[in-house]
Design a protein around this ligand. Sequence first.
Ligand SMILES: [Zn+2]
Length: 282
Amino acid sequence: MFVRSRFPRRLAAAGVVVALSAGCSGGSGDGGSRDGCCATSSTSGSPTARGSVPEKLPLAGKVIVLDPGHQLGNRHFPLEIRRPVDAGGFKKQCNTTGAATNGGYPEATFTWQVAVATRNSLRELGARVVLTRSGNSDDLWGPCIDERGRVGNPGERGPAADLRLSIHADGVKVAGARGFHVIRPGVLEGWTDDIAKASRRLAVAVRDALVGAGFPASSYRGTDGIDVRTDLGTLNHSDVPTVMVELANLRSPADARVAESAKGRRQYAKALAEAIGSYLAR
Ligand SMILES: [Zn+2]
């Protein structure tokens, strides 16, 4: 568990600026661009009492991209979603429909809700947050994984990010398969070789925060809650430190109970915001 009292001071000392984006940059699948993703928002430090010296918020100046996996309406746009796009020197389909709990609660809604809560926490700390999709709608699709993966890259539209976090949930139908896993980019020459090392540190920060918050690491994928992949377009297109987190296996009744609860989602968001703060403070 990260020590809240220590976290802000360390961030302030580092002069960290964070930008979060949710929903527009790749993942195992999220496509299109009809939802006009990449809505940005920013916050600055709170006004101070008259005469007092302004206190710099711990994440002031930081830009964070949060990428909530999959648009809710992807299933209604099969042609758009299946369109092949560059995933890092090879082709993959633009996006997928995402997973769901046995009760029908969609991954798209879960990731959107967690991303918004995370964004709000980061804003309170002074960060500027960019989401890769502007809403969660059955009438929208996308964006594609390549577009998601580029949000926040230097030279792209919008501010350059300090990091990008893609938020997903798994849907593995294997009895007893539960828990989160963080996916970091492996070294793909010419694509991720420049961000692999920093992304590894980000993966550890996210893993440690989730474990600290009491979430179990995956029982079925990765090692100690961390997996390494070079086949994900969202990660391969990034020029800033990035990881993708599969917060839960939605087909696990135990995980689904947490994901479907507002309290559970708040806990996920709190852990993710702490992870980002911890990473940027170093
Ligand atoms: Zn997903």
